[in-house]
Write a protein that binds this ligand. Structure first.
Ligand SMILES: [Mg+2]
Length: 279
């Protein structure tokens, strides 16, 4: 792992000292689960469950904060079993799905979800035409319930298709009162008013967090980074971790620590657990 500055190292030390009051927020894809071509075949890193259970013992709470539907993340992550073990230790695992629109926790054990946003039906009606007009009729559209994601990664030239689609999809989303979230060869359209930053704020309030670590890898994590940076400004010990890959490192320059993919994230969490235990 690589601290981006001496300040990053100091921030890590401060977080270790405040570990028992800390919330650890973790993105799923690219952070806990290696990126794969087919998002439906993503799988949490084999050692993640054990690392999260150990970590939960030394911090206030652990939360997975993802753009995926909560049900999907629970299944792909084996998170119900992980939550059971964490619960047995008297701690809690939180899951925020669809950027915080859906909530689950290991004590509540039920996914709480709002209704699909109003403009979504009209958006979907006009979507095929928009795709055709952008020469992207064969893009894969994933139904996530409260959101829809247009994937270009299986297309002949994913980057070119992504660029052709970005403007037209943004217009269509705007017209229907929805917001657009670009990712890696994927453009997601969803209800406004919820992002990972709000999820961070909700956690701080619910758990009464006195410190915060967030790790992410992608553009969808920017709002969470900003929310944590705001907590740091108020004097809270925080650590921002970028899980870097060859594909994208949009967060690297905002991070205190840059690690190499899920493997690096888990190493950092193991080190944090060990350092918190011995401090
Ligand atoms: Mg990610």
């Amino acid at each position: 792992m690589e601290f981006t500055s001496p300040e990053g190292e100091h921030k890590y030390a401060a977080l270790v000292r405040a570990a028992d009051r800390a919330v650890v927020g973790l993105d799923f894809d690219g952070t806990l689960a290696p990126i794969v071509d087919d998002p439906e075949r993503a799988h949490i890193h084999a050692e993640a469950g054990d690392v999260l259970v150990d970590l939960a013992d030394v911090v206030a709470a652990v939360a997975v904060i993802t753009g995926r539907p909560a049900r999907q993340a629970l299944d792909l992550g084996g998170l119900e079993a992980v939550g059971n073990t964490i619960g047995d230790h008297g701690k809690e695992l939180y899951l925020f799905g669809q950027y915080g629109n859906e909530r689950w926790s290991s004590t509540r054990r039920r996914i709480v979800s709002p209704r699909p946003p109003q403009g979504l039906a009209t958006f979907l009606r006009d979507l095929p035409r928009t795709l055709r007009n952008a020469d992207a009729a064969d893009a894969w559209v994933e139904d996530k319930g409260l959101a829809h994601a247009v994937h270009t990664r299986r297309m002949a030239d994913p980057d070119a298709a992504f660029q052709r689609l970005l403007g037209p999809l943004r217009d269509l989303a705007d017209r229907n009162g929805l917001v657009l979230e670009p990712g890696r060869n994927v453009i997601e359209v969803r209800a406004p008013g919820m992002d990972k930053g709000r999820a961070v704020e909700a956690l701080v309030e619910e758990v009464g967090a006195g410190a915060f670590l967030f790790a992410g890898d992608d553009l969808g994590d920017v709002e969470a980074f900003e929310a944590v940076a705001a907590l740091a400004k108020e004097g809270m010990p925080t650590l921002l971790v970028c899980s870097a890959s060859d594909e994208v490192s949009a967060l690297a320059e905002r991070a205190d620590v840059v690690v190499r993919g899920p493997e690096g994230v888990l190493d950092l969490l193991r080190r944090l657990t060990a350092d918190a235990r011995s401090s």
